[in-house]
Design a protein around this ligand. Sequence first.
Ligand code: NAD
Ligand code: MG
Length: 334
Amino acid sequence: MDNEKLCSRRQALGSIGAGLAALAVTQAFAAPETGKETFVSAGLEDPRNKYPKPPFKEQLQPWPGLAGKMDPVPDHGEKSYKGSGRLAGRKALITGGDSGMGRAAAIAYAREGADVAINYLPAEEPDAQEVVALIKAAGRKAVAIPGDLREEAFCKKLVEEAVRQLGGLDILVNNAARQQTKASIMDISSEEFDATMKTNIYAPFWTIKAALPHLKPGSSIIATSSVQAYAPSGELYDYAQTKAATTNYVKSLAEQLAPKGIRVNGVAPGPIWTPLQVSGGATMEKLKKFGGDTPLERPGQPAELAGIYVQLAANDGSYATGQIYGASGGHGQP
Ligand code: NAD
Ligand code: MG
């Protein structure tokens, strides 16, 4: 076989780390005489034209929106993510697991061998059912727990139910969020401000408190922050400050929980093609050009972040705590 088509396990894993092998048709061959594994090269994928670029069609969905109704439909790794047992036997709860980054994480976790519970709003049942089917197709247990995270009682119930149905919990991904674009602070009512704070700040607080008694050493808490924590947009006054708070709680809690052997990390996406953006998260003007102002000149797809959520939960990421891993097409991270 052509030497260029073969690469070592180390090289193959390196390219997975770079997020480029996620779509690969990598095949493993065992060489019994050496015990070494070799792989057919994944080939290079040009990040500039791997996914759709603006201009995008005008589209507006009622909040919270459905991935299945977006044009183009986002890529969450449904056809591409390949696992290698990195999370075998783990038990994960992902909020906002029906769509976007949460769905990408759910698919990847299941294909890495984890049982997965997802939370979402009742209006998102069609998206959630697709995720449940994908988790089951990976041979893992899927638990669907719809409900509104703005209620403290529900957050407690969510964790209890996930622990009961999964038989424990060792990965908690606080990923759900509310983002509604408003040109002026004057346009944000106290009720709307409160809804953003409840979803993005209170819900992780309530959920983590409920989960903590169940998390053993080696467990991971992962938050979805945002490029907005570092480079806030004028029209996201309320949302952006919740993402700064998210980045901050990751670092505080990592300090607090390290002595218990629990890691806390965050993911900071840039502009990613998800329902949040087409259901009030962005102005129509911004949506049509979405991601076009990044150096890669396109938005990211949820699938492009799946590997980060895996890495932050996996045993081999054990020295990472209090970290924020970004993926933003080249702009706006520290
Ligand atoms: P998304 O719409 O697919 O996911 C957000 C999810 O939040 C929804 O699916 C919904 O289930 C959940 N949610 C919202 N309010 C809720 C409530 N009250 N109760 C229960 N669930 C609720 O969009 P996404 O972009 O994948 O968002 C996931 C995370 O990524 C969010 O934290 C968001 O802030 C973050 N993020 C997104 C972008 C982007 O450009 N899309 C950029 C940076 C950060
Ligand atoms: Mg959704």
